[in-house]
Design a protein around this ligand. Structure first.
Ligand code: 5GP
Length: 260
């Protein structure tokens, strides 16, 4: 499949056209941003790890019937995905209170919620992705009632599945962000899971030590982001050895893939 022109560049990914108008290539960059772009850096190897981890999670979600945009991973940094019209909402799922909710509502950090909490943010960097209510989504036609009901059902299943998957490898799924898109296929319009699910979009804490294994290592200047993401990948069974993802070791990762 031929890679065409750049269609969109976001903070962590680039989307390229392909020779098939229904498919695009999603390229994972090493760029890291936080606090609405105020903090920026490049962390070598992050894109490679997120590509692999997101592929693993989305493939598993396909297995349990959650339709999503992933077609297949192409290489170290790229996936072929179905082209969708992204719903301009960030769906935030929380199992444990931390991050913005603790500041916004004065909740003690680490409070375990007695049921998953779903929050909606408008996907708009200029406005700082503001928190919105379901009523805003309907009032401004960002999604229909029926789309929202379908998305909510999917989100609960995704959360249940991911809690179990991570618990099995000694990781607590604290919270995460999901995005959904509209897919037109065979004359049908449906809403499917899109974007990525990775340590960039989830908070993941070690079950025993509460060590942060996610992007908070960057946000909070904790360092060792690559070892933490590598640890997540290893525990999920994606990588079988500790990898230092420098240019040299990218070759090593290729050979690991080939041996499988
Ligand atoms: P918070 O609202 O506490 O900052 O984030 C809640 C969860 O959603 C965290 O897992 C965080 O990583 C994720 N999240 C929220 N907004 C964004 C975003 O704009 N980009 C990314 N990568 N993750 C986000």
């Amino acid at each position: 499949m031929k890679k065409g022109k750049k269609l969109y560049e976001g903070k962590a990914k680039i989307i390229y056209a392909t020779s098939d108008k229904n498919l695009v290539i999603q390229y994972f960059k090493d760029d890291a941003t936080a606090f609405n772009n105020l903090k920026k850096s490049t962390i070598e190897g992050k894109g490679v790890l997120n590509n692999r981890i997101s592929e693993h999670i989305l493939s598993n979600l396909t297995q349990i019937g959650i339709k999503n945009h992933l077609v297949k991973r192409l290489n170290m940094r790229e996936q072929i995905i179905k082209l969708v019209e992204i719903i301009p909402i960030e769906f935030i799922v929380r199992n444990v209170a931390t991050g913005s909710i603790t500041k916004r509502l004065g909740i003690e950090d680490g409070t375990v919620l007695n049921q998953p909490l779903l929050e909606y943010c408008l996907k708009d960097d200029n406005l700082g992705d503001p928190l919105i209510a379901e009523e805003h989504i309907l009032a401004f036609d960002w999604a229909t009632k029926s789309e929202l009901e379908k998305v909510k059902k999917m989100i609960l299943r995704i959360n249940d599945f991911m809690i179990g998957m991570f618990r099995g490898v000694g990781i607590k799924l604290i919270d995460f962000k999901l995005e959904f898109g509209r897919l037109k296929e065979n004359g049908k319009n449906e809403v499917i899971l899109a974007d990525e699910i990775s340590p960039d979009t989830c908070r993941l804490w070690d079950s025993i030590t509460d060590k942060k294994l996610d992007k908070d290592r960057f946000r909070k200047n904790l360092g060792d982001l690559i070892p933490a993401y590598t640890e997540v990948a290893k525990r999920l069974g994606i990588l079988h050895e500790q990898l230092n993802l420098s240019a040299v070791n990218v070759t090593k990762l290729r050979s690991v893939k080939k041996r499988k």
